[in-house]
Design a protein around this ligand. Structure first.
Ligand SMILES: Nc1ncnc2c1ncn2[C@@H]1O[C@H](COP(=O)(O)OP(=O)(O)OP(=O)(O)O)[C@@H](O)[C@H]1O
Length: 363
């Protein structure tokens, strides 16, 4: 779905929320919104405020202050959790062990006073969506971890919430299963055209699944945008580090023109990259971020820096190298068969579009 369409009709609007637990400020003036059918991911490390945000949306936590909190256009600030049109899927599934699979899924409908026969019919339909129709009459204890998580999902979507909140739902699964479930979740979300708000600490998970990512840090939003924005255009040192940039070198901005920045690094080398903080002024402190696999030892690259090979580790499909430069060590990853693999290194380079320069302090 196009961003303009999503923004035209927000399913979720949170404006200027502050939440304090005693002296701890868990959310500090955070605003976000999600459109109909949007997959929004809140990404951040432990303690950044992700869970608090979900709890405020779902009504499990009454925020210290909030200027607007709406779900599908309805003001829900002060409304009890059970009345809000949103449901949460938790990491620990929170299923009833004494009920069958289909009874677990039907439960949410029964407490909403849907007649039992209708509730069971709807529950079977929801189970079919997560490929569990055949196991509808089993006991929860007879299911694997992945299957339990699918039951939890079916139970959440059967009530047709306007917004589905997912609190690290794949955190308890092993890596292989997690990858499969990521794809299933994306498919389910598209099929239902439902708004998902997903929280995770995994940048890889956020990049794989989301239409939009909100990166949180210490109760504030550090950066938000489409996955590629965060991956290729981190706007701060923190965002670059969180998104897995192996090299972040500090210096001073000496020139900026047409979206390209030139930065003087320690040791005097001047290097270029794409400037993501366009209002930055020459003379200000700035950094350049480079991914190890976007660097090569080909002298013809658009820009670069002199350096010599310090260490080299073969890692099967690729080789990780550390290049010593006047600005400090730079990590480079060379895929097997690349021309640099067996040659000596005296200069490394990159494309301007592959390097990111941001002024310290961010946008
Ligand atoms: N009930 C509570 N009482 C006091 N402080 C709390 C409480 N819940 C959370 N906090 C604090 O609020 C901050 C944000 O916590 P929150 O659980 O929202 O972060 P998170 O990003 O979800 O972390 P995690 O990934 O570990 O779940 C942290 O400093 C945390 O210690």
């Amino acid at each position: 779905m196009k961003m303009e369409e999503m923004n035209a009709e927000p399913m979720l609007e949170v404006h200027d929320v502050v939440h304090k637990y005693g002296p701890v400020t868990a959310l500090s003036h955070v605003s976000l919104s999600a459109g109909k059918g949007e997959f929004l991911t809140i990404l951040g490390s432990s303690g950044s405020g992700k869970t608090t945000m979900l709890r405020v949306i779902s009504g499990l936590e009454i925020p210290t202050s909030v200027s607007r909190l709406r779900i599908d256009g309805v003001n829900v600030a002060g409304m009890p959790a059970a009345k809000r049109r949103c449901t949460t899927v938790f990491q620990n599934y929170a299923l009833f062990p004494h009920m069958s699979v289909v009874e677990n899924v039907a439960y949410g409908l029964k407490i909403r006073k849907v007649p039992t026969a209708d509730a069971l019919k709807e529950a079977r339909r929801a189970l079919a969506m997560v490929q569990l129709e055949a196991k509808a009459d089993r006991n929860i204890r007879q299911l694997s971890g992945g299957e339990r998580q699918r039951v939890a999902l079916a139970r959440a979507v059967v009530t047709k919430p306007a917004v589905l909140l997912l609190d690290e739902p794949l955190g308890a699964l092993d890596e292989r299963l997690r990858e499969d479930m990521q794809l299933e979740l994306m498919e389910l979300q598209r099929k239902l055209d439902m708004t998902f708000v997903y929280i995770t600490h995994s940048q890889e998970e956020a990049l794989t699944m989301s239409d939009r990512v909100v990166l949180m840090r210490d109760g504030r939003i550090e950066q938000s945008g489409e996955p590629l924005d965060l991956f290729d255009r981190p706007a701060t040192r923190f965002a670059a580090d969180f998104m897995g940039y192996e090299n972040i070198l500090d210096g001073r901005l000496v020139r900026c023109e047409g979206g390209v920045g030139e930065i003087e690094l320690a040791g005097g080398a001047v290097v270029r990259g794409t400037l993501v903080t366009p209002d930055a002024l020459p003379g200000s402190a700035a950094s350049i971020a480079l991914r190890a696999e976007r660097i090569s030892a080909v002298a013809s690259e658009e820009c670069g820096i002199d350096g010599t090979l310090k260490s080299k580790v073969y890692r099967g499909k690729y080789t990780d190298m550390v290049i010593e430069t006047a600005a400090g060590p730079v990590r480079m990853r060379s895929w097997h068969g690349a021309p640099t693999e067996n040659e000596s290194v005296n200069r490394i380079g990159w494309k301007v579009t592959d390097a990111v320069i941001f002024a310290d302090g961010g946008v």
